[in-house]
Design a protein around this ligand. Structure first.
Ligand code: HEC
Length: 223
């Protein structure tokens, strides 16, 4: 009795599994056919391979409320890429909770308040990421960007030079924020920066820039 019942059950299972496989491959076949020859409306989920083959996606209801989409490239997947609408933007006129950064219009203004100070160890790792490529590990203006490359723009400054060492911490902060001495001077005169150095006020937080200034000062000293 038991012996004969067991094979029956497994037979049933096997055959239902086979049927499932058949259905699945038929469905995949249809989907592929729809993708290659038929028309598929990605907005409504309608797939039409001409009469009488006409069915409506989603084909796999157990996957939730999303219509199964057919697309030939991952590029057209129904997800939002970074920086793409819709983005949740802060309300107009919002400022960071730390307050908006004051935009100074002269080097004297930058020097009106005492320097904030920073963490030179953090500053060094920030320097390695953001500055080393141009100014070099030795701060000599000879970073990897200079190697075997016809660099026909302003050369990265040698940060060990007297001119830089004589600069106050606030000056250094201003140069880092404004894209170098030249970049900052151009901004003060209302022109766009021509310096190859990026304006780091757009890239690093105030504190990160102070951390870098602290690293520069510790490394280059002051005459
Ligand atoms: C793409 C290359 C590049 C990168 C990256 C770069 N700089 Fe510069 N930097 C320059 C060039 C070129 C100059 C000279 C032109 C100028 O002053 O605008 C300069 C000038 C400076 C000066 C002015 C020196 C002086 O006394 O005149 C400072 C300070 C400075 N850079 C610090 C930094 C720091 C700190 C970073 C990283 C946060 C950095 N730079 C990233 C290219 C770069």
């Amino acid at each position: 009795m038991f012996v004969s019942a067991t094979p029956d059950v497994s037979m049933n299972r096997r055959s239902s599994r086979t049927t499932l496989k058949l259905w699945a491959s038929a469905l995949v076949g249809l989907l592929l056919l729809a993708a290659s020859v038929g028309c598929y409306d990605s907005a409504t989920g309608d797939a039409n391979i001409g009469d009488p083959i006409n069915f409506k996606l989603p084909a796999f209801p157990e996957t939730g409320s999303n219509a199964v989409q057919l697309f030939t490239e991952m590029h057209y997947q129904p997800s939002y890429r970074s920086q793409e609408e819709p983005r949740r933007l802060p309300p107009e006129g919002s400022v960071p909770i730390t307050g908006a950064e004051v935009v100074y219009t002269s080097l004297a203004d930058y020097n009106a308040n005492p320097p904030k100070g920073g963490d030179s160890t953090l500053g060094q790792s920030l320097y390695n990421i953001n500055c080393l490529v141009c100014h070099g590990a030795a701060l000599d203006g000879n970073g990897p960007i200079m190697m075997g490359f016809n660099y026909n723009s302003a050369l990265p400054a040698d940060l060990r030079a007297d001119g830089t060492r004589r600069s106050s911490d606030n000056d250094l902060y201003a140069y880092v924020s404004g894209g170098g001495r030249m970049g900052l001077a151009l901004r003060f005169s209302g022109r766009a920066t021509q310096s190859p150095m990026p304006e780091f006020r757009r890239l690093l937080t105030e504190q990160e820039r102070w951390d870098i200034v602290s690293y520069l000062r510790v490394t280059i000293g002051q005459p």
